[in-house]
Ligand binder design. Structure first.
Ligand SMILES: Cc1cc2nc3c(=O)[nH]c(=O)nc-3n(C[C@H](O)[C@H](O)[C@H](O)COP(=O)(O)OP(=O)(O)OC[C@H]3O[C@@H](n4cnc5c(N)ncnc54)[C@H](O)[C@@H]3O)c2cc1C
Length: 390
């Protein structure tokens, strides 16, 4: 019997394992990961951004810690992480709005974010035009922009650094798939593995990303998390190269950001809904129907845009409120969750891993109260309102 068994060994599994060893080096921990290449994990397929611009203070606080961790990664994980730097590119995020009430909302959110240490500023159309002269802004009333503490970083560096440090501290990564959990009363007692083994543990942690609900169904528990497809396009627009641009969340229904002289861009399909966990077919029509018209409208030069390639990743989409579901499960208290991150889990991994490790080792949240994101709200059917969902 191990002390802690973690199902899923991408960024969340690695962060929980890393922090557990930090808090209690004596713990015996195994991480079961079905695909160590991570080819279809959300972690490997993310847009890799971090932002302070959330509407709920707990999400801002999570990102604040994530920012410190990502900026100074080598110091946080130590030499055993074997990753010197996450190449944080501090281009910022820019949320645009078309309406006057939208501008007022951005202003009150920015004030809350600044109180929590963010640099968010709200610019009117003239201010935006001065800062981003390459944009067409006729339909825009204002935008909120974080010039510091927001941007993009190396997703696989974050995963590998945490994983290397956890392994150096004694955590074992096992290549296998948890097919079912076994439950006796209010305890999970074992995880059954595809290759024939059965692992018992004191504590289980569900870090299975978009497949998290599949595991829960094996013990007759519901988790409102499902895989949702996101097709990300890599676009070359030689007449619109703005490598210092922020990640723009555009009211025309897309987001886009620069990447190595090109652009990444994506949208949420109008017919958004669950997909099969192994369906990675791209929604290629979205470029011509949604993304290209929006890019073309937002900035001169996109008329010559060309799609170079694309990839498809799955959000672990929380159908209740698109926010993380964290910590101890009140129905089976030796089961912990790091699930449902939708589109913002990568940046949350440092704080979430620390929080769950604290709950396991100390019995409660310690550094940061993550209870607003706990399972109880899910059981009560009480959505947490977070307006800044991308
Ligand atoms: C297109 C896209 C863009 C994104 N952009 C951002 C962004 O800009 N910023 C941000 O913060 N977040 C972003 N995200 C979200 C972020 O990628 C995820 O929230 C985060 O990576 C979640 O990590 P995870 O470890 O929970 O899940 P995953 O990375 O999906 O890992 C789950 C792991 O569990 C394994 N697994 C599953 N079931 C089993 C089982 N039964 N047994 C054993 N192993 C199992 C899988 O193989 C996988 O490796 C984006 C996601 C996508 C898809």
């Amino acid at each position: 019997m191990v002390d802690v068994l973690i199902a899923g060994g991408a960024v969340m599994g690695a962060s929980v394992a890393f922090w557990l060893k930090r808090l209690d080096p004596s713990l015996d921990i195994e991480v079961i990961e079905q695909d160590p290449s991570y080819a279809t994990s959300s972690t490997a397929l993310a847009a890799s951004g971090i932002r302070m611009q959330f509407s709920d203070p707990v999400n801002v606080a999570i990102s604040r810690f994530g920012l410190d961790f990502i900026r100074d990664f080598a110091r946080h994980v130590g030499p055993s992480g074997e990753v010197a730097d996450l190449g944080f590119k501090e281009n910022g995020y820019l949320f645009l709005t078309t309406s006057g009430t939208g501008a007022a909302t951005l202003e009150s959110l920015a004030a809350m974010q600044r109180e929590m240490g963010a640099s968010t500023q709200v610019l009117d159309r003239a201010g935006l035009a001065e800062k981003f002269p390459w944009m067409a802004l006729d339909d825009i009333s204002a935008g909120s922009y974080g010039p510091r503490g927001e941007g993009f970083f190396d997703n696989m560096g974050l995963l590998n650094g945490l994983k290397n440090a956890a392994r150096a501290a004694g955590v074992r990564w096992v290549r296998d798939r948890v097919t079912t959990l076994e439950r006796e009363g209010d305890r999970i007692v074992a995880a059954v593995l595809e290759q024939g083994g059965r692992k018992t543990a004191q504590v289980f942690v569900n870090c299975a990303g978009p497949r998290a609900a599949i595991l829960m169904r094996t013990v007759d528990l519901d988790l409102p998390v499902e895989p949702r497809k996101r097709t990300v396009f890599v676009v070359d627009a030689p007449l619109a190269r703005h490598p210092d641009a922020p990640l723009v969340i555009d009211p025309l229904g897309i987001w886009f950001r620069p990447e190595h002289g090109q652009w990444l861009a994506a949208t949420v399909p109008a017919t958004d809904g669950p997909c099969a966990p192994d369906d990675f077919e791209p929604d290629l029509d979205l470029f011509e129907s949604e993304i290209w018209p929006a890019l073309y409208a937002r900035a001169p030069g996109f008329e010559q845009a060309k799609v170079l390639r694309w990839w498809v990743g799955h959000y672990a989409f929380n159908t209740l409120d698109q926010n993380a579901i964290l910590g101890r499960n009140p129905q089976v208290p030796n089961l912990y969750h790091a699930n449902g991150f939708s589109g913002h889990g990568l940046q949350q991994a440092p704080a979430v891993g620390r929080g769950i490790a604290e709950q396991i080792v100390h019995g409660d949240w310690v550094s940061l109260d993550l209870s607003p994101l706990g399972m109880q709200r899910v059981l009560d059917g009480r959505p947490m309102t977070e307006a800044a969902i991308v």
